[in-house]
Design a protein around this ligand. Structure first.
Ligand code: ADP
Ligand code: ZN
Length: 439
């Protein structure tokens, strides 16, 4: 079966020995420290920590002498405080989506883009994409890296790329059918919407050559992946990245779909406890901290991603030596505190998606009611469910309420909505609306 075929873009790099990897990482880290010292931001930050040159980095453990860099630091250094090369060497600027505030600006030299493209090509082949595939890239093109970043990586392999960008679902479907699209890159929330449109427009599965999807850009549960796989009859591969780290393809699943390989020759990964800032033992969930080893224009040392995951230390059957991380459970700042109880949106999604009859989109609302917080889960149902009688809908409502209460210890209000009635985001899905007054 083609799907389980293990393809390599750069066999040597992907199967590097632990020893070679360590020495490469130390060497690259030293180079990055020297480079960082060229920027106004790090010159000050590193000198304050007593680091005036790469001589202070002798082993990998010395990374812990380097202070963390936070998203706010990037905002404070806006626009050029983190630039390590003359401005005329820059060939492209990207920016984060701004999910949690002012977007951060990332700049690249030609060499940086070449490295990002190479990493992306490696990632696409890792999950089974190859020359001969036709890719429809349904991520937004522009400042967001999910468009151009993925696009260049696919082209480098020799994949035929259709840069449709996001939205315009009917046109997406027409191209999928007429051009024989075998692979899509999209947010998981958009893929559910796409499936609903396929059914609504009456396309037959045999008319489409689609065999796989690469998803990313937003946290999503294993349940959501399974639902997309079942509905579309394709393999769905999780892909993690962020603009600060060059965009998509920082970590990706191989054909075994048991966690995402982090390309450790290009990034040094650490997982820390976000409160104590100490490393957590392998296998324990914490905040991912990354040092980028493959960028000249804008070095980033020990960047706190605020994304939560854990290391899967066991070797992978695909033969790649780069360690894997588990599906992200969300961001540290995604956590909702509702009447004193910690709730992650991903927990709610898990319950919703394993329930037959739940539709393509949902929204979590938090409001203040008197002194208490009120949680409401608003979800679309499937067309069949919506057409059914009130008793069936009531039963679904009750079941959702009790399953959610059992998991998150809060009993939410449940609103069941007509298919297509909850607005679909153009880019990343917006899952939470917190209407409580900010104090
Ligand atoms: P922003 O931080 O403004 O959303 P980006 O557009 O660079 O900026 O998006 C990066 C973020 O998207 C990551 O930090 C992470 O929170 C989220 N993300 C990307 N891919 C995944 C994924 N596969 N699973 C979970 N979250 C993801
Ligand atoms: Zn693997």
């Amino acid at each position: 079966m083609r799907e389980k075929e293990i393809l390599f873009w750069d066999t040597k790099a992907e199967r590097i020995s632990a020893e070679d990897l360590r020495s490469l990482q130390v060497q690259s880290l030293r180079k990055q420290v020297e480079n960082a010292l060229k920027t106004p931001f790090y010159r000050e930050r590193l000198r304050a920590a007593g680091i005036t040159g790469s001589g202070h980095i002798k082993t990998l453990d010395d990374i812990r002498r380097i202070p963390f860099t936070a998203k706010q630091d990037l905002r404070d250094a806006y626009p050029f405080g983190l630039l390590a090369v003359p401005r005329d060497e820059l060939v492209r600027v990207h920016a984060s989506s701004g999910t949690t505030g002012i977007p951060t600006i990332i700049y690249h030299t030609q060499q940086d883009l070449d490295m990002a493209t190479d990493t992306m090509a490696r990632s696409i082949m890792c999950c089974g994409g190859h020359r001969g595939d036709t890719l429809q890239n349904m991520m937004t093109y522009g400042l967001f890296t999910g468009g151009l970043g993925f696009h260049y990586g696919a082209e480098r392999i020799g994949i035929t790329v259709i840069p449709t960008s996001s939205g315009n679902t009917l046109r997406q479907l027409r191209f999928m059918k007429d051009l024989g699209t075998t692979m899509v890159h999209a947010t998981p929330s958009y893929l559910l919407h796409l499936h609903a449109a396929i059914e609504h427009e009456g396309y037959r599965r045999e008319e489409l050559a689609l065999r796989m999807a690469v998803t990313g850009a937003e946290p999503h549960s294993e349940e959501l992946r399974c639902k997309i796989q079942d509905k579309l009859g394709i393999g769905v591969y999780n892909n993690y990245g962020m603009s600060e780290l060059n965009g998509p393809g920082v970590a990706i699943e191989c054909v075994y779909r048991q966690g995402m390989h982090v390309w450790e020759d290009r990034y040094i990964m650490e997982i820390i406890n976000p409160d104590t800032l100490e490393p957590v033992p392998d296998g324990e969930t914490g905040e991912l901290v990354m040092t980028i080893l493959c960028r000249d224009a804008m070095p980033l040392l020990r960047y706190r991603t605020r994304d939560l995951t854990r290391i899967i230390p066991e070797p992978c059957s695909c033969g790649r030596t780069h360690r894997r991380v588990a599906r992200f459970t969300g961001r540290t700042d995604d956590m909702l505190i509702i009447n004193g109880v910690n709730v992650f949106p991903s927990q709610i999604e898990e319950v919703l998606l394993r329930m037959p009859g739940v539709g393509a989109n949902y929204l979590i609302l938090v409001e203040k009611q008197g002194v208490l917080d009120k949680l409401t889960v608003r979800t679309e149902v499937t067309p069949e469910m919506f057409a059914d009688d009130a008793r069936v809908l009531n039963a679904l409502r009750e079941q959702l309420r009790s399953e959610l209460a059992a998991l998150i210890t809060i009993t939410p209000g449940i609103e069941l909505k007509e298919p297509g009635s909850i607005p679909l985001a153009e880019g990343k899905a917006k899952r939470v609306e917190d209407l409580r007054p900010k104090d």
